[in-house]
Design a protein around this ligand. Structure first.
Ligand code: FAD
Length: 454
């Protein structure tokens, strides 16, 4: 009898794990359990709406989901509808791939004020995560401070300053587009504690900031090194040094940009550590201490300055949301190379924390498959697996959304999109389920062929 494997979470790490175990065991069954009716995790709710090519990776996940050995159980939340212990009783291996969804907070005076919004909530809001639908951010301000100098900070800055025309061929949520495009935002400050050497941008994302229609990228040339200092080189690998050099070259190009008639500015501000959020009940600015970098660490200089703003978006990292029955520490599941205990594994961001790009999650799937092999010998003692889960869910009247159901939701989303937008996402789970009931072929057999994906 083949192994039965439950994967909790359908983001990149969940699907890469499915790929690895399907390759390893021809006779295994893989059930992907996802709390939302929609698959793909941050590919749908994190990756920026104007980065359509990045989202195309979902096509390869769809092929896996359509493998006859795989079943998608959408709209089933582990910890609410079924527990980890119940899954472990039924499956030979349970792999947690639930990501990191909770914002880290700044931990400075005033960071609870109205107008401080964690980047995960903000990104989820403009990308249509149902639980973020009612975030209602107040963008009635000319200046926004984004704290962090990585790709997510760049995404947020770009989405805030792009024109409606630049965002037309995207799936930016309507509720977000209305607020963003009406807002008087003129300045977005991206602020980092350390300098350009330690910024976490990929070069392609950074360069894009030099080609915006109505926004100019602004950098103070005094914050850029003439060359990477010799004493700093030991900190980085050759690959990192090449990226740092490209990023410094790009930032130098930004210093030559003539804003011309462009009305908006994205300011890259380095060597500045936030020490206090200013204002009364609502944010009115951020106080920063200037820093210098010593041995890779930002050290305060005792010099302070303020940036006035009405919105602060800390983009400084995320924690995993704890799952009952799973040991957590420092925002991650406690694991050794991915193994939490024999029979229970972690992959992706819940394993490693929020780092890397989509492809960084792939080796986690291989590692988990290797550990499952070591712990089971590839032999199933004959647990109830999928049939056991189905019986449990039926007993609790939990109706799972199948992959065929998801394809109908997706067809409804693409069907109601207004060109050139590729889709118009539903904003709530209720809308998704209603669309499913209304969709032609509701209750029909799953599709055999790979249909159009993201
Ligand atoms: P996730 O993608 O978060 O997937 C976790 C899944 O688990 C979700 O579907 C979630 O709904 C589900 N889940 C959670 N809890 C439960 C539960 N209790 N029961 C059932 N299901 C559950 N990388 C790039 O390469 N390019 C980019 O452009 C890019 N943009 C990004 C933008 C943002 C804002 C962020 C935050 C990240 C971005 N990344 C990007 C990184 C990339 O998205 C991550 O590396 C990747 O998504 C992590 O995969 P994961 O499977 O660990 O987690």
């Amino acid at each position: 009898m083949g192994l039965s494997i439950a994967i909790v979470g359908s983001g990149p790490s969940g699907f890469y794990t499915a790929e690895s175990v399907l390759e390893k065991w021809a006779d295994c069954t893989v059930d992907v359990i996802e709390k939302l009716p929609t698959p793909y995790g941050l590919i749908r709710y994190g990756v920026a709406p104007d980065h359509w090519k990045t989202k195309a990776v979902a096509k390869s996940y769809e092929k896996l989901a359509l493998d006859p050995r795989v079943r998608f159980f959408g709209n089933v939340e582990v910890g609410r509808d079924v527990s980890v212990a119940e899954l472990r009783q039924r499956y030979d291996a349970v792999v947690l791939a639930t990501g990191c969804s909770t914002d880290k907070t700044l931990g400075i005076k005033g960071d609870g004020k109205k107008g401080v919004l964690g980047v995960a909530s903000f990104v989820n809001w403009y990308n249509g995560l149902p639980s973020a639908r009612d975030l209602d951010p107040d963008l009635d301000t000319e200046s926004v401070v984004v704290i962090g100098i990585g790709n997510v900070a760049v995404d947020v800055a770009r989405v805030l300053v792009k024109t409606p025309e630049e965002m037309a061929a995207t799936d930016l949520m309507e509720h977000a587009a209305r607020v963003i495009h009406r807002s008087p935002i003129k300045h977005v400050y991206m602020v980092g504690r350390r300098g350009p050497l330690h910024a976490q941008f990929t070069n392609v994302e950074l360069r894009e900031m030099g080609h915006l229609k109505d926004a100019a990228a602004i950098v103070d040339p005094a914050q850029l090194p003439a060359a990477i200092p010799e004493d700093a080189k030991a900190e980085f690998s050759d690959r990192q040094l090449r990226l740092i050099q490209r990023n410094i070259d790009t930032l130098k190009d930004f210093t030559k940009i003539e804003p011309g008639s462009r009305k908006k500015r994205v300011h890259f501000v380095f060597f500045s550590n936030p020490v206090e959020i200013l204002g009364g009940e609502c944010v009115s600015g951020v106080r920063f201490e200037k820093t210098r970098v010593e041995k890779g660490r930002a050290v305060g200089t005792g010099q302070f300055f303020d940036i006035a703003c009405g919105l602060v978006i800390p983009a400084i990292g995320y924690y995993s949301h704890p799952i009952p029955g799973v040991p957590f520490k420092d925002g991650k599941a406690i694991n050794s190379g991915g193994r939490i205990e024999p029979g229970l594994y972690a992959v992706g961001w819940i394993k490693r924390g929020p780092s890397g790009v989509i492809g960084t999650n792939k080796p986690d799937g291989d590692a988990a498959a290797g550990q499952v092999a070591a712990d089971t010998g590839g032999v199933s003692p004959g647990k109830s697996g999928r049939a056991g889960l189905e019986a449990l869910l039926a007993g609790r009247k939990v109706k799972a959304v199948s992959f065929a159901d998801w394809k109908r939701i997706e067809a409804a989303e693409t069907g109601r999109a207004v060109a050139p937008a590729p889709r118009r996402k539903f904003a709530t789970v209720a809308e998704m389920l209603a669309a499913l009931d209304a969709a032609p072929g509701a209750g029909a057999a799953p599709p055999k062929a790979v249909a159009q994906a993201d």
